[in-house]
Design a protein around this ligand. Structure first.
Ligand code: DC
Length: 228
């Protein structure tokens, strides 16, 4: 029996930073499911595949080896694509192709297999609802659009990259709309998820709030070795 933490939330809510810290603290395997959609989007782009051609994208999924390594390092067919999948174009394209039913089905199958025998923390958009609906801890991590846009803006500025706050805000709103309104497993708050709004919380405060849910669960289930 495994101990799983599932985190969903909109883009820019800080899921990865928080999930990495929780993974370190509780010795969990961190899995960023969004990276898998991003790898497929990168291949769609590189092979000039039509983003509406679901069959062609299915072929890409079936013939692509995605490797998720520690520290968010990602390989596509043996090539390091850690940086390449973070480009804005890939953010938009991954959100777009993730609406296809079979694309989701195939990636969800891989994700379910990954968490089957390990203690994990997995983040994404449908982890609490579809991938690990029976996760021991479910979190919906969110923050206001303005706060998320500001964080992204500062992140780019700190890395000496070009940034326009209004453009970033619009991109976030568009991606939210796409991720929350698609027909196939849209991003929703699972009824039994703990909602954590990080708008006015620091990273450490957010980790602390989520840790309370985990610690409380562990106290209540101490008899089971897997939860220690
Ligand atoms: O978490 P992220 O921003 O790296 O994810 C990129 C896109 O992938 C996101 O906009 C929607 C899609 N995605 C998804 O549909 N389901 C997931 N579990 C994770 C990501």
């Amino acid at each position: 029996m495994c101990f799983n933490v599932a985190i969903d939330g909109p883009s820019g809510a800080g899921k990865s930073v928080i999930a990495l810290k929780i993974a370190d603290k509780y010795n969990l395997l961190h899995i960023n499911s969004g990276a898998m959609y991003r790898v497929i989007a990168l291949k769609v782009l590189k092979t000039n595949t039509d983003k509406d051609d679901e069959n062609a994208i299915i072929n890409i999924i079936q013939s692509t080896k995605i490797t998720l390594l520690p520290k968010q390092v990602v390989y596509m067919d043996g090539e390091d694509v850690t940086q390449a999948i973070r480009h804005e174009e890939i953010s938009k394209l991954s959100s777009y192709i993730s609406k296809h039913k079979m694309v989701r089905k195939l990636l969800v199958e891989q994700q379910k297999e990954m968490v089957r025998s390990k203690n994990c923390i997995m983040e994404g958009r449908d982890i609490t609802t579809v991938v690990i609906p029976d996760a021991e801890i479910k979190i919906y991590l969110t923050a206001s659009v303005d706060v998320r846009a500001k964080r992204r803006y500062l992140d780019l500025v700190n890395r000496n990259m070009q940034a326009d706050l209004d453009v970033i805000k619009l991109d976030i709103i568009n991606r939210d709309t796409q991720d929350m309104n698609r027909t196939e497993s849209p991003l929703v708050q699972a009824p039994d998820a703990h909602v954590v709004d990080s708008s006015y919380l620091s990273i450490d405060e957010t980790v602390e709030e989520i840790s309370k849910y985990i610690d409380d669960f562990k106290v209540r289930n101490r008899k089971d070795d897997c939860y220690d």
